[in-house]
Design a binder for this molecule. Structure first.
Ligand SMILES: [Zn+2]
Length: 105
């Protein structure tokens, strides 16, 4: 297995998992339940991690994620409800689940 993605934000890791599984790549979580209590700062090594099961899928997985998360034409957007920054791939705010669409008023 190879580590393909990790982030302190579990929602981002879950999103990466969805993207890869839709592409037919098997992935598993590590450190899924190791986050500290709310308000604690988790050290880097307890971030949730996403691993590809088959090493041969690794290169493709990296390509897919780099395309999904680093698309120049899809900038981050700011939630009008809580002002959090959200990656363009998300249709709802990772923090408060406010929908991206309909925010402009
Ligand atoms: Zn929000």
């Amino acid at each position: 297995m190879k580590l393909v993605y990790t982030h302190e934000n579990r929602f981002l890791v879950g999103n990466a998992q969805n993207i890869l599984e839709q592409a037919g790549i098997r992935v598993v979580w590590k450190n899924e339940f190791s986050s500290g209590a709310i308000g604690e700062i988790s050290p880097f090594d307890t971030w949730p991690e996403l691993w590809v099961v088959e090493d041969t899928d690794y290169e493709q997985a990296i390509d897919i994620l780099s395309n999904a998360f680093n698309t120049p034409s899809a900038p981050e957007w700011q939630c009008a409800q809580c002002n959090e920054q959200n990656a363009a791939v998300f249709e709802t705010c990772w923090n408060c689940q406010t929908e991206k669409v309909g925010l402009a008023q």
